[in-house]
Design a protein around this ligand. Structure first.
Ligand code: FES
Length: 583
């Protein structure tokens, strides 16, 4: 497949079934025993001599976003065998957004550890990572980056859109929009039940530019999928063909020993960040990219990312920043269309899993055609990148806002803080008629950071207080140390770092304080003096959360802040070698 030679590989010491033998103190016996067991499944010696391609099967009845996993595994196996390899599917953890308590983010690092260790423990020359739902693709890329094998990502693909009373709907921007209408009394109980049947019209990942779609586009921009791997919906023939191609490609990667460190370079991360900004991608994409980069010894330079954002318009017209859905993006040519438009801003020499560079793949995709989903650089849907990086005394380690999904009227705003101490406090008071709140206030929610909830839940999309919603208020400035779903919208400041649970300034904001947001100046400021803040910290010291046992204990001891990807400190690369992006 490569049309230019790639650097000579340094072959691994052992390959195929001979890799990573179980320790019995006698390697000959270890291999003898391994082959005896696998022959119990009917394999021949000829099959066992082939390159072994692992396939992570993340199908789960709890994960409808991976509901097509059985067909994908079959298609990958077909591709592997057509190319002369031996496919070996194996299960790993699967994490779905709505079926993970307290939050899927709490389990992302566990999934990455599972993936890494099973890639290390089992004999395979390359691996196909099947992921889709929000945390799964980052978890797999993190694990594979640490394991160091040749690895290729296969996305499960987006769901189809549904229809409600003639209006096209899809998860989950429309889930939030209709729930907001229900809260405001604009939609009754019967209608909201009808909508519930239509929001997720098939298996597959959320149909808008949420975190799953964002990570699919990022995976392709990183060079970790075959060309065109991001956009085909889950239930299409295109998705199955991509799976077959992925399997075949994995075999060649094993033969070429095209390891992941040759793909996940600083240039690849720069391309991924450029794409994140240009698609109006989920704010979660930054956290995940920081975690994946950390595994490769790279730190995200948030100030440089903001500079990059100022030069990168949003081109993709998808909800929640725009109008369309993922299947429309696919019909518009998918990532090839976007990358062709972004070409002047990309690192074209970054190597991809095909063995060719990103620039070569863009050229190979051929000319574009008339379509309405990817705008031109001259006619963007938003003039700057979707995400702006803020700082100030309220967020010394930074915060972010998805400006492309915010209300332009509120981007320069000063208001009175209305503080909720945690999720329970918010749930008990947000809909009370007694809540002292106006549309000009700033809603503050704390203790939802990486350690706070724990797991940095997507609760930063604080609901509009019911009495304001009923009065027709559609947006209000909101601020927290948590995350929000990529499918959400509003003037919402997120990832305030350091978080309140470890004593960040957010812990000491009081209702009635003035807060100033200036997206133009990239500032988030608490209008309280340093002395007063220091006194408040002395008066009410913060006790960090702990746990007695188990994964929660490991998590609370080890999780890092949002700007470091909320990865575990012991999982990042042993040596940090640089910062990205270099703009
Ligand atoms: Fe799985 Fe949205 S819930 S992608």
């Amino acid at each position: 497949m490569p049309d230019q030679p790639i650097d000579p590989p340094s072959p691994p010491a052992a390959t195929g079934m001979k890799k990573g033998l179980t320790s019995y103190g006698d390697t000959g016996f270890s291999l003898f025993l391994r082959k005896a067991f696998i022959k119990g499944a009917g394999f021949t010696d000829a099959a066992l001599e082939r390159p072994v391609i692992g396939i992570t099967d993340t199908g789960s009845d709890y994960n409808p976003c991976h509901g097509n996993a059985p067909q994908l595994v079959q298609a990958v196996k077909r591709g592997v065998m057509l190319a002369g390899g031996l496919p070996m599917a194996f299960p790993t953890i699967s994490v779905h957004e709505s079926f993970a308590a307290p939050t899927s983010m709490f389990l992302r690092n566990l999934m990455s550890m599972d993936t890494e260790e099973m890639l290390r423990a089992q004999p395979m020359d390359a691996v196909v990572l099947i992921g889709g739902c929000d945390k799964t693709v980052p978890a797999q890329l993190m694990g594979a980056a640490s394991a160091g094998l040749p690895a290729i990502q296969l996305i499960t693909g987006s769901m189809l859109t549904g229809s409600h009373r003639g209006e096209r709907v899809g998860a989950c921007t429309d889930c939030r929009r209709y729930w907001g209408k229900f809260r405001a009394g604009e939609v009754d109980a019967d209608e909201i039940a009808e909508v519930n049947d239509q929001l997720v019209a098939s298996v597959g990942t959320c149909s808008v530019m949420g975190t799953a779609s964002t990570m699919a586009c990022i995976a392709e921009a990183l060079g970790m999928t075959v060309p065109g791997g991001a956009s085909p919906p889950a239930v299409t023939a295109d998705r199955i063909r991509i799976a077959e191609l992925t399997g075949a490609r994995a075999v060649q990667m094993a033969r070429d020993h095209l390891t992941i460190d040759r793909i996940l370079t600083p240039e690849a991360f720069e391309n991924a960040m450029r794409v994140l900004l240009a698609i109006g991608g989920s704010t979660n994409g930054i956290v995940h990219l920081a975690a994946i980069a950390g595994r490769m010894g790279l730190e995200i330079d948030m100030a440089a990312l903001d500079r990059m954002g100022r030069q990168t318009p949003v081109l993709l017209d998808l909800k929640p920043s725009g109008q369309h859905y993922m299947e429309d993006f696919h019909h518009a040519g998918g990532m090839a269309t976007l990358l062709r438009e972004l070409k002047p801003l990309l690192r074209l020499d970054a190597l991809t899993v095909t063995g060719r560079t990103l620039g070569e793949e863009i050229d190979a995709a051929g000319p574009g055609f008339r379509q309405e989903v990817v705008r031109t650089m001259a006619n963007p849907i938003y003039p700057q990148g979707g995400i702006a990086v803020l700082s100030g005394n309220l967020a010394p380690g930074g915060a972010i806002i998805k400006q492309s999904a915010a209300d332009a009227r509120l981007m320069e705003h000063q208001g009175r803080a209305v503080v909720f101490d945690n999720l329970e406090d918010m749930a008990s008071r947000i809909d009370s008629d007694e809540l002292d709140v106006t549309a000009d206030d700033v809603l503050v929610l704390r203790n939802i950071g990486p350690k706070g909830a724990p797991g940095m839940p997507e609760a930063g999309y604080i609901p509009i207080p019911r009495k304001l919603a009923r009065a027709g208020v559609k947006d209000i400035v909101r601020l927290s140390d948590g995350r929000m779903s990529g499918t959400a919208f509003g003037t919402i400041v997120l990832h305030v770092t350091p978080e309140s649970a470890i004593g960040g300034p957010l812990a000491h904001v009081k209702s009635g304080d003035q807060i100033r947001l200036s997206v133009a100046r990239r500032e988030i400021t608490l209008l309280v003096s340093d002395d007063e803040l220091a006194q408040r910290a002395l008066d009410q010291p913060v006790t960090e959360p702990t746990a007695d046992r188990g994964y929660r204990k490991l998590y609370l001891q080890s999780v890092t802040q949002a700007d470091k990807g909320a990865d575990f400190d012991f999982l990042k690369a042993a040596h940090m070698t640089g910062r990205v992006p270099r703009v």
